[in-house]
Ligand binder design. Structure first.
Ligand code: BES
Ligand code: ZN
Ligand code: ZN
Length: 492
């Protein structure tokens, strides 16, 4: 999609769809008045009849029937907050783009109103337009596919480019492919998107001058004593992989960051087998890994000043005669022992290896992403990820990055008292807690492996996958986490 600025008055634009964002009670804005005058009052009449007020998220589509050079007007309600959050712009652009596709229009003109600061909003608007265009059609054979949007114009009378506006557009175009890659990896069927496949994809999409990718096979994983990954992999016909993706900035790095993603390519539960219903979406269980691969595939376009290493433990989790059994004990490379009481709590088992290994490098920050618990979904639903951490500034920074990226993170507590729930009688800890607070006991389990380094854990079980299409994503993998991580890295 071609995204560009256009210095023109909206009423003169010959376009299939002219989009005008309006604030609540902002229907007397000059641009609306000009258009209404040209339409001889029909627009205000229509606004009144439809009771459109500009409330956040509301839209009004108006066909001009040849009375204006633009064939349709789309009014987008932006709400009445004094300052509109960047995500509202992202969503409104996505809605406008979807509307254009519905009209079979290949071009759209999006008016940048005076109440939005161009240098701040054009990046998110471009992101919204791009994100809404994602489709996963490689397995569909129906032929009536809507035409993709070809051109998205940002219209601003008297517009003058600055390095900031250019950078916003460039980054939107260069970073959204990272989200798309994550979505593709998640949407791919689980018998294709295996550990071997993920490693190959990481090599194919991340390797560049500044980014090195290293893939460990089963032998090396055993030699490095990644005991959790081996234990979970025991039931499988597929080999496990451990992938490391390292970006090094030009000059001396400011900070060292470890990013870790859960890469369970299919979670059947293992011998603690899930129900068939619960398994239906379990190809999503590598969404944490997908977010890291997506992020690392575009990191060189962002050029953060930090040294960033992605760590991805990956395997499927299946039952068989060789599978690990409830009651088995794993000894980790930091010498901690874990009693496996439920083979369906496998994410924490493979993350423990990666956390312990990453902590040995003494990074300034460790951030892990994982579709870890159903309990986190129960607590926060499908729009919001849980975030836990032992370092409040790091957690705060990630929450802020999430807000800018349009990805909601809500902090949940690492309740010390619940540490009791993961005590084992035969090993140091066990891999399940009690019936309550499952997202918290999972996080407490992970904390055992971070060697007190500043660490944050994002439980993305809810937002990683959507069963309803929305403006910014189709059904399936959302790529949640990629934009948050990139914002976070940009700020280091
Ligand atoms: N992959 C699941 C968590 C999950 C559930 C993600 C639903 C997305 C949607 C994880 O491995 C799991 O099975 N967790 C168990 C833990 C329990 C056995 C302690 C759960 O949440 O039920
Ligand atoms: Zn599981
Ligand atoms: Zn899982």
């Amino acid at each position: 999609m071609d995204i560009k600025f256009k210095d023109q008055s909206p009423e003169k634009l010959k376009t299939p769809l002219l989009t005008i964002p309006v604030k609540e009670q902002g229907l007397k804005d000059p641009v609306i008045r000009v258009l209404d005058r040209l339409l001889k009052g029909r627009l205000s009449e229509r606004i009144e009849r439809s009771r459109f007020t500009g409330a956040q998220g509301s839209t009004l589509l108006y066909p001009t029937e040849g009375r204006l050079p633009a064939s349709h007007l789309l009014l987008l309600g932006m709400g009445k907050e004094p300052e509109i959050e960047s995500h509202a712009w992202r969503k409104s652009a996505a809605r406008a783009a979807k509307e254009a596709i519905g009209l079979w229009a290949q071009e759209i003109d999006f008016f940048l109103p005076p109440f939005g600061d161009v240098s701040k909003i054009s990046g998110p608007i471009a992101e919204g337009a791009l994100l809404s265009s994602y489709q996963f059609l490689k397995y569909r054979s129906d032929d009536r596919r809507p035409q993709p949007l070809r051109t998205f114009n940002l219209v601003k009378p008297g517009f003058r480019r600055t390095s900031e506006t250019d950078r916003g557009l460039r980054l939107a175009q260069e970073l959204t492919p990272g989200v798309f890659l994550a979505r593709d990896l998640i949407n791919e069927p689980p018998s294709i998107s295996t550990a071997t496949y993920l490693a190959e994809q990481a090599l194919q999409h991340c390797r560049s001058q500044r980014v090195k990718v290293e893939v460990w096979g089963k032998k090396k994983i055993a030699a490095m004593n990644l005991a959790g990954l081996l234990a979970v992999n025991r039931g499988s016909q597929e080999e496990p992989r451990f992938v490391m993706i390292r970006y090094q900035p030009q000059g001396k790095p400011q900070k060292k960051v470890a990013l870790i993603g859960k890469g369970i390519t299919f979670d059947s539960g293992g011998l603690s087998l899930k129900s068939s219903k619960a398994m239906e979406t379990m190809k999503l269980d590598m969404s944490g890994a997908a977010a890291i691969i997506g992020t690392m595939s575009v990191i060189a376009n962002l050029q953060p000043k930090a040294d960033v290493t992605g760590y991805i433990p990956t395997t499927d989790n299946l039952p068989s005669g060789t599978a690990q059994k409830p009651g088995d004990i794993i000894r980790y490379l930091n010498n901690k022992t874990v009693e496996v009481l439920n083979t369906d709590a496998e994410g924490r088992l493979i993350l423990a290896d990666a956390l312990a290994l990453a902590a040995k490098e003494k990074p300034d920050y460790i951030v892990n992403l994982a579709t870890l618990t159903g309990a986190c979904m129960v607590a926060l639903g499908t729009e919001v990820a849980g975030i836990f951490g032992n370092d409040q500034p790091l957690v705060d920074q990630l929450i802020r990055s999430g807000r800018e990226a349009g990805e909601k993170l809500w902090q949940l507590p690492l309740v010390k008292e619940y540490r009791e729930d993961i005590k084992s009688s035969v090993a140091d800890i066990k891999n399940v807690g009690g019936i309550h607070g499952g997202a918290i006991t999972a996080a407490l389990f992970l904390q055992e492996f971070v060697a007190n380094r500043p660490w944050a854990h994002l439980d993305i079980a809810g937002p990683a996958f959507t069963d309803k299409e929305n403006a910014l994503s189709t059904k399936g993998g959302t790529g949640f986490g990629v934009l948050t991580l990139l914002k976070f890295l940009e700020g280091l």
